[in-house]
Structures are given as C-alpha cells and as structure tokens.
Design a protein around this ligand. Structure first.
Ligand SMILES: C[S@@+](CC[C@H](N)C(=O)[O-])C[C@H]1O[C@@H](n2cnc3c(N)ncnc32)[C@H](O)[C@@H]1O
Length: 378
C-alpha cells in the first residue's frame, strides 16, 4: 500500500532514513512529508516505531478539483457507509495549497457535509457524529498546488508527538518529534555522554534515552487510529509490539539533564519515570554556569530560552554568557543549540560548524553545532 508520513520542516531526510530502516520502499521526500510503500505490518510499525513522524496517512482516493461544489459532489460519491458505521464518530483534517480552494477550515466543513449527507440519504436522516477530540476515524484531506485532492485515513489517530510519557510540563516544552529529530541530526553515538543543561521537562534527554536503548517511541501509548479500522489485525499488532520489545537493549550511557528551575527538574523526573527511563537519565537542579563535564568528548544538545520578549541587552548577555561557559566548561564537546533568536546566537562568540533550519511550532529556528575544540575561542 501507498503511505505518507508527515513531519516537521527540516526532518524529512531523517524520517526517510527511519522509513528505509523499517523496510519501506519507493521512498520519496516531499515538503514536510515522506511517501513510501509497504504492507500492513509496516503501517503499524510506522506508527509505533518512527521517532520523527507526526502522522501516518493511508491515501485511498484522489481526484482533481477547483470548486467547492465539485469537491462536495466528488466526496459524496464515495461509498462511506461501507467504510464506517452510523454509531462511529469522525473528524476531517484539511490542508489546502490550491489557489481556488484557499480555506482549509471551509474545505474540511464541505467534506464533512458531503460525508454526513451520504449517510442521511441511506439512513433516513440519521448520521454519524463529529468528535474533534477523540474520533473513531480521522479523514485527512489534502489539496495540492496541482489541484489534486487526496483523501487519506489517518492511521496514527492523535499526533505521534503524544508519546504518553509527558505527565508534567513546563513553559515552552519542545515537541517530542522535534527533540528526537535533533538528537538524530546531532549524530550522537551512545558511547559519548549527552547533556542538556537546560532540560526543562526533559524531552531531549528522554528521546535520547529511548533512541539509545532502542525503545519504541510509542511504548507508552495505547491508542492508534488504525485500531478502529475494519481490517485491524490484533494478532499482527501484538506480534509487532513483542518484536519491538525483544529489540530493546539495556545500554549503559551517560545522559544528563540539568535546569536551574526546581519545577522543571520535578517535571523531568516525573516524565522520565513515566517513560520507564529513570535509570538511564540523571537529572539535577543546577544553573548552567555550575555544570561542567569531566570528560573531553561529548554532545550537548539544548533548547535555551529564546526570549524575544526580554530586553535585548538581557538576552544578548545571556547568550554571551552561554558562549563563555561552553568554551570553558565543555571543551572537546559538540554543542548543538536550537533557537529562533539568531541575533542572540551570534552573541555566543562561536562559529557554527553546521547549521540547519528547523521549526519550533511557528518559530523558524536555527539548529547549530558548535565544535568546542580544546583551547578554541572562536
Ligand atoms: C525553552 S525551556 C526548555 C524546554 C525543554 N526543552 C522541554 O522540552 O521541556 C528553557 C529552560 O531553560 C532553563 N534555564 C534558563 N536559564 C537557565 C540557566 N541559567 N541555567 C539552567 N537552566 C536555565 C529554564 O528553566 C527552562 O526550563
């Protein structure tokens, strides 16, 4: 079957490699998505094991459209009654890049009306209900610039960044999928220590520990969209979970998270326990200038405050201090930092050896690597 995995801008290559490792074929990289082919097993494994996918879609219908009435007619023509029942709930997610049908929300409404009306005609005005929070079926509708409308079932259900371990949060936590992508992009090898000195609720260190021990990112999650599908194969699903469990390793790696804020360390501790990783991650309340490493070779990955609301002088001074600490307390490390505050990043006084554009929510960010050679000042 044809499948589409959605991701964040900048993580497409990482996701394509993950899909290849799972055995996907005919892999094609698009903008914020990767298409590929595979079987039912790959579909389930994609939802369970891909770290950098936000959604897994299974396309089932395509047509060209430029007009709302035509869109309605084409969607109403589909045999919805054979696909799901009156008693089941659904919702429509729509994204449109068409110059004719420009409003995603309106397009979703039109599609929903067409689906509901096709039920009403058959069941004497009865119709399935909409549930935007926890629907049985999620229909994904995408209209491209070429006016091709693709309808897909969303196999993931809730977005795959919801891993099930975030029991407590802090202000501005980083998205789990983005954090996993950053760890993979950093090229971290597990024989080196990994430190996040501003770990907040612990997302980066938790994703790193899952990666290091081959723990499926969705180990803690019970619900996926495909479980409601008529062809759901419970035996195959059980087998996939067991096979993934058998692949888990118990590596010894040094993963450390620090934060100056007590509440952040409390949240990170709770989350690492929920993820079953408390023995793999050490967490301590410590301000960045108090943290240093006893080894000369490691990876630091962090998501500091971007704080565009602070007075410029303050945020510039904050980044300047970070640069000083990196140079003097993390010699020999590769330090990876994500920030939307490019002017402040320049105040680090370090030249990035690698640069990548990533998005943290709506914020365009740079994810830069600073190689902190021994004795290097710039
Ligand atoms: C954007 S948040 C990090 C969010 C984190 N990535 C997560 O997923 O929850 C920035 C964190 O930096 C911490 N922080 C700010 N200044 C610090 C300092 N000087 N030393 C240590 N931590 C600091 C804050 O307490 C906050 O938790």
């Amino acid at each position: 079957m044809q499948l589409t995995a959605k991701t964040f801008h900048g993580l497409e290559q990482v996701l394509a490699k993950e899909i290849e490792d799972l055995g996907g074929t005919n892999i094609e990289i698009l903008k914020r998505a990767v298409t590929y082919e595979g079987d039912q097993k790959l579909l389930y494994r994609s939802c369970y094991e891909l770290r950098t996918a936000l959604r897994i879609l299974k396309p089932f219908h395509q047509f060209k459209t430029k007009h709302e009435n035509h869109l309605y007619k084409k969607i109403k023509e589909i045999d919805w009654v054979s696909k799901f029942g009156l008693e089941q709930t659904f919702m429509v997610d729509a994204v449109t890049n068409s110059k004719y049908l420009t409003h995603s929300h309106y397009v979703a409404l039109k599609a929903k009306d067409a689906m509901v009306d096709s039920f009403r005609e058959i069941y004497e005005r009865q119709r399935p209900s909409i549930d935007r929070r926890n629907p049985d079926f999620r229909l994904n509708l995408h209209i491209g610039r070429d006016n091709v409308c693709t309808l897909s079932w969303d196999a993931s259900g809730e977005s795959l960044h919801k891993r099930g371990y975030r029991v407590e949060s802090v202000e501005a936590p980083i998205n789990e999928v983005l954090a996993a992508g950053m760890v993979i992009l950093s090229g971290w090898k597990i024989d080196k220590p990994l430190i996040d000195p501003m770990c907040g609720s612990g997302t980066i260190v938790i994703e790193a520990a899952m990666l290091a021990n081959n723990i499926p990112p969705q180990r803690n999650r019970e619900q996926f969209g495909f479980m409601k599908w008529k062809d759901f194969d419970a035996e195959l699903w059980k087998q996939i979970r067991q096979e993934a469990k058998d692949q888990i390793v118990q590596n010894k790696q040094a993963i450390q998270g620090y934060d100056k804020d007590f509440q952040a360390i409390k949240a990170a501790t709770k989350n690492s326990i929920a993820a079953g990783l408390e023995n793999h991650i050490s967490l301590d309340r410590q301000a960045f200038d108090q943290v240093s490493s006893s080894v000369n070779d490691g990876i630091l990955i962090t998501n500091p405050p971007y704080d565009e609301r602070l007075e410029e002088a303050d945020i510039f001074a904050f980044y300047k201090d970070m640069g000083h600490i990196l140079k003097h307390q993390f010699e020999g490390y590769d330090a990876w930092m994500i920030s939307s505050n490019i002017k402040a990043m320049k105040k680090l006084g370090l030249k990035p050896s690698k640069k990548k554009i990533l998005y943290n929510g709506a914020l365009e960010c740079q994810f830069n690597c600073y190689e902190l050679y021994r004795g290097s000042k710039k």
